[in-house]
Structure formats: structure tokens, C-alpha cells
Ligand binder design. Structure first.
Ligand code: G16
Length: 542
């Protein structure tokens, strides 16, 4: 029986950079999940009888929300739902399943790299039929709907058994529990030279992959160990846990410290990598060398032709604005387009759909291509493996040769987490007010060449997005960018992105902090971070 339940709106269901993210107890308020899911459905049209994909990263509360979403999908008229066994689908795998089965869209349950558990984070995101995150016109409509919702519809029915592959009926709707790994693994086989990678492992190539007790474990085990023959134990922390083992499933040098230490040791494996809570981010470390996500994007773009899926070359490269300009130099060398978008994978969808870009990347450890419409952690790892297997050089040699050819973009991001929202907003507002006066000024020894509040005009659909980050460009190619995160769940997170271009190979061996010292000082002088936030140093440096 379909029940129509009266409800009242919540005023805080505005999707952020990537869906609605809140603490679990917040989501557990009566009707909170139902309101948001109904707001998604109410913002969509013509889905009666069509297919919806549902899956999540297995974090605490995943199964409960999947049952609610299934019953609401049935009550709202979907014809079929594909759901990953155990409620599991990595974000890139969900994107692929949406595309492969030509689904109407998908609901992905994840708070990505944020911690999980009864008092930690949860998230709900809607993806459209191209497999990508809903663009702003959808997220704005969902938010508007959530402000005026008065009722939701749900089927009264027993829970669906999520652990058995097969098809059951939920009212008039078919529910198909699918293997979460199989379709994705098959797709990877079409893109990369599995024979070459298998031969490398057979020849003694060693790798450490940290799945961070998150969703990538089963995918990495199947692909790296079962299909590519990497020794058992190559995948660490490979069992997804609802609380990620109490860790923060963010593959950066702070939270993937164990992997970092392994890779910096004298007897380190040849290659180290990690992925995040929902499998869309990646961390790349060679023996003794961390590769920044911005450099990784540039390197992958420069070498992608070595993988069968990209042998025909790239149509273009897209990067988010705060990502370093390393990829721009590769695009220039290849004679292909480069696109600069606001932070958020949703901005790449149109470029990929229109065939303007093939590879996209972000400084926030996200890289991907037109094979799906999400960033894809394991994809990046496999492309690296493909390149390493064919070039037969170390990660360090490949990275240093790249810098020698294209120049090095020293890069770091300083995060100030959980600062007071008002202080963070004031800091950004004060910078914004000063923008017109900044060009020509000298700060901490650097001269400001230009400064703006980044706005994006989508070249495909003409939509525009303003206030996407304050950019201060210095003479000589250095840059500081200030932005507030759209994914945090407590207070505000200030991100300061710092970059310096160094063309001279003789100066490519500096420590990043040393190379960026002037830009760091200029950022502090411009924004007054210490005075405004009371913080003397960042919480996380990536
Ligand atoms: C999400 C988005 C990314 C974005 C990142 C950081 O990643 O999909 O596009 O770069 O958040 O965003 P912010 O700087 O606003 O916190 P994920 O992996 O969390 O889904």
C-alpha cells in the first residue's frame, strides 16, 4: 500500500559541492531523509516506469536509507531499481551502471572522504542519466522543493533482502540486486592493457593499495589481485566497514599516513595508491615521492595514449580552477583544449558529454575520464599502472622527466577546518571587497598581476556560476586561491590553494614548503588568516 505522509520542510537541505552532507543524527531526524528523497523525485519529470540506480559506500546508515529510498522509488512510480549487493556501489561504479543500463538516474549514498559512524557523516546525492552528479539547475530545484514540501510517498512493505543477487518485486516496481563489482571491472578491462600490467606483476613489480576500509576494497581486490595477479596482500584494509575502522577515509598524506610511511621506506614497493570512502578519489605515491593530484592529472594526460582506451588521443583536458596549471602545459604541448571549471565534478559533465574534454581532474585527489561521469580512484590507479608497465621506469623518473619537459608547478593546499562560519565568510568578503585595488600591489615580495572572484560560463549550455573562489595571480605565474569548502559538516573549512611555476630544472628539487614560502606569506598578508580565525597553522596540508 502506498502511504502519503504529511511533512514539514527543513530549511537546511541545500546540496553542497557534492550532494547533501550532514551528520548521521541530523539525517536521523524524523522525515529528514524522506523529505530530501521526495524533493529529488518532485524535481524530476517523466520517470514513470523507468530505471533508477541506488547504491552507497557502505557507511553507517547506508542500509537504512537504501530501504527508504527503494520504498519511496516504488511509491513514486519508478519501474525498476538496480541496487548493488549489500547496498554497495562505489561512486564511479554507480555512474557506470547508470550509463550501461541507460537508467533515468541514480541515488548515491555517501559522504565521500568524510568519516563514517553513528555520530559522523552521511550524504545523499542525485546523479542524472549521463551518470554524473546533477548540475546546479537540478540541485537548485531540489533545494527549492525541499523548502516547500508538504508530503512524501512511501510504499508500506517489508525490507528488501540486499544481500542476495536476483530480482524481487516491491509493489509494482522490480528490484534487481546486482554484483557491484562485475560491470565496473569489465569496463576497466576495455580501457587498459591488462596483459602488460599482469606481466609487470609477474615480473616482480610491487604495489601497495590502501582501500582505507572503504568501498574500493572489493573492487581493488577483484581487479588488482584476482585479474591482474598482484600478490595477495597488495590490497590493504580491503573490507568496507561502516565506520571505516574509525579512520578518516581521505586519501591524503595525513589520513593515509601508513601508506605514506610504507612508500618512504628504503624497501618500499614500486607504487603506492589509495582511494577514499566512496572510491572516487585517488592518492598516488611512488617510492620516495608523492605525486600531487595536479601533477598526476598532467602526467596522466601526457601519457594516456599508452592505454588502449586512449590510444586515439585526448579531445581536451578539464581541471577545476584551484587545480594547478600543470595540465595546461600538457594541453598546450598536445595542441588540445583546456577548460577551467569551478570546484565540483558536476561541472565536467557537459564538457565530457559534448566531447570537448576526455580527461578531467581536481586538486582534491580526483581524476577521471569520459568512461563515466564521476571521478574514479581505481581508474587513475590503473592508468598509472598501465603507464608504469609500458614505460618501465620508476614513478620518480617519470615525474622528474615530466617536470624537465614542462616545468614544475609547486603546489599545496592549506585547510583550516571547522572554523567559525561567520569568521570564514568575513574573511572571504573582505578579500572580495579589496579585489579591484589589488592589481599592482606588492605583498610579501610578490607583485599582484590580477585578482578576481572566479565565475564560470559553461561553454555548452551557457549557464553561469559566480563566486567560485577568490584568485590572486602574481607576476611570474604564482597564485593564491581562497575558497570555502562545500563538503564540510561542521563550521566552515577555509581552503587556501598555493602555487608557483618553476621552469628551471635546476630548481625542481626544492621542498614544497620552501618553494612556496613567499606565496604562503603573501596569502597570510592578504587574508589575515591568523587574526581572523585564531589559527596559527593549517589543520591539513595536502
Ligand atoms: C567533492 C566534489 C569535488 C570537490 C571536492 C572538494 O569530492 O565532487 O569535485 O573537489 O568535493 O570540495 P570542497 O572543496 O567544496 O570541499 P568528494 O570526493 O567529496 O565527492
Amino acid at each position: 500500500m502506498i502511504r502519503t505522509v504529511p511533512t514539514t520542510p527543513f530549511d537546511d537541505q541545500k546540496p553542497g559541492t557534492s550532494g547533501l552532507r550532514k551528520k548521521v543524527p541530523h539525517f536521523q531526524q524524523p522525515n529528514y531523509v524522506e523529505n530530501f528523497v521526495q524533493s529529488i523525485f518532485d524535481s524530476l519529470e517523466n520517470f514513470a516506469g523507468k530505471t533508477l540506480v541506488i547504491g552507497g559506500d557502505g557507511r553507517y546508515f547506508n542500509r537504512e536509507v537504501i530501504q527508504v529510498a527503494l520504498k519511496m522509488a516504488a511509491a513514486n512510480g519508478f519501474g525498476r531499481v538496480l541496487v548493488g549487493r549489500g547496498g554497495i556501489l562505489s561512486t564511479p561504479a554507480a555512474s557506470h551502471v547508470i550509463r550501461k543500463f541507460r537508467a533515468f538516474g541514480g541515488i548515491i549514498l555517501s559522504a565521500s572522504h568524510n568519516p563514517g559512524g553513528p555520530t559522523e557523516d552521511f550524504g545523499i546525492k542525485y546523479n542524472i542519466g549521463n551518470g554524473g552528479p546533477a548540475p546546479e539547475k537540478y540541485t537548485n530545484a531540489i533545494y527549492a522543493r525541499s523548502r516547500e514540501i508538504t508530503e512524501y510517498r512511501i510504499l508500506e512493505a517489508p525490507d528488501v533482502d540486499l544481500d542476495v543477487i536476483g530480482t524481487t518485486m516491491l509493489g509494482q516496481m522490480q528490484v534487481e540486486v546486482i554484483d557491484p563489482v562485475a560491470d565496473y571491472a569489465a569496463l576497466m578491462e576495455t580501457l587498459f592493457d591488462f596483459d602488460a600490467i599482469r606481466a609487470a606483476f609477474a615480473g616482480g613489480f610491487r604495489m601497495a593499495f590502501d582501500a582505507m576500509s572503504a568501498v574500493t576494497g572489493p573492487y581493488a581486490t577483484e581487479i588488482l589481485e584476482n585479474r591482474l595477479g598482484a600478490p595477495r596482500g597488495t590490497v590493504r584494509n580491503g573490507t568496507p566497514l561502516p565506520d571505516f575502522g574509525g579512520h578518516h577515509p581521505d586519501p591524503n598524506l595525513v589520513h593515509a599516513r601508513d601508506l605514506h610511511d610504507t612508500m618512504m621506506a628504503a624497501d618500499a614497493p614500486d607504487f603506492g595508491a589509495a582511494s577514499d570512502g566512496d572510491g572516487d578519489r585517488n592518492l598516488i605515491i611512488g617510492r620516495g615521492i608523492f605525486v600531487t593530484p595536479s601533477d598526476s592529472l598532467a602526467l596522466l594526460a601526457a601519457n594516456a595514449h599508452l592505454a588502449p582506451g586512449y590510444a586515439a588521443g585526448l579531445k581536451g583536458i578539464a581541471r577545476s580552477m584551484p587545480t594547478s596549471a600543470a595540465a595546461d602545459r600538457v594541453a598546450e604541448a598536445l595542441g588540445i583544449g583546456i577548460y577551467e571549471t569551478p570546484t565540483g565534478w558536476k561541472f565536467f559533465g557537459n564538457l565530457l558529454d559534448a566531447g570537448l574534454a576526455t580527461i578531467c581532474g581536481e586538486e582534491s585527489a580526483g581524476t577521471g575520464s569520459d568512461h563515466v561521469r564521476e571521478k574514479d580512484g581505481l581508474w587513475a590507479v590503473l592508468l598509472w599502472l598501465n603507464i608504469l608497465a609500458l614505460r618501465k621506469q620508476s614513478v620518480r623518473d617519470i615525474v622528474e622527466a615530466h617536470w624537465a619537459e614542462h616545468g614544475r608547478n609547486y603546489y599545496a593546499r592549506h585547510d583550516y577546518e571547522a572554523i567559525e562560519t561567520a569568521a570564514a565568510n568575513d574573511l572571504v568578503a573582505a578579500l572580495r571587497d579589496r579585489l579591484p585595488d589589488l592589481p599592482g600591489q606588492e605583498v610579501a615580495g610578490l607583485t599582484i598581476a590580477a585578482a578576481d572572484d572566479f565565475a564560470y560560463l559553461d561553454p555548452v549550455d551557457g549557464s553561469s556560476s559566480a563566486h567560485q573562489g577568490i584568485r590572486v595571480l602574481f607576476e611570474g605565474g604564482s597564485r593564491a586561491v581562497f575558497r570555502l569548502s562545500g563538503t564540510g559538516t561542521s563550521g566552515a573549512t577555509l581552503r587556501v590553494y598555493l602555487e608557483r611555476f618553476e621552469p628551471d630544472p635546476a630548481r625542481h628539487g626544492l621542498a614544497t614548503a620552501e618553494a612556496l614560502a613567499e606565496v604562503i606569506a603573501a596569502a597570510e598578508a592578504l587574508a589575515g588568516i591568523r587574526a581572523r580565525t585564531g589559527r596559527t597553522q593549517p589543520d591539513v596540508i595536502t
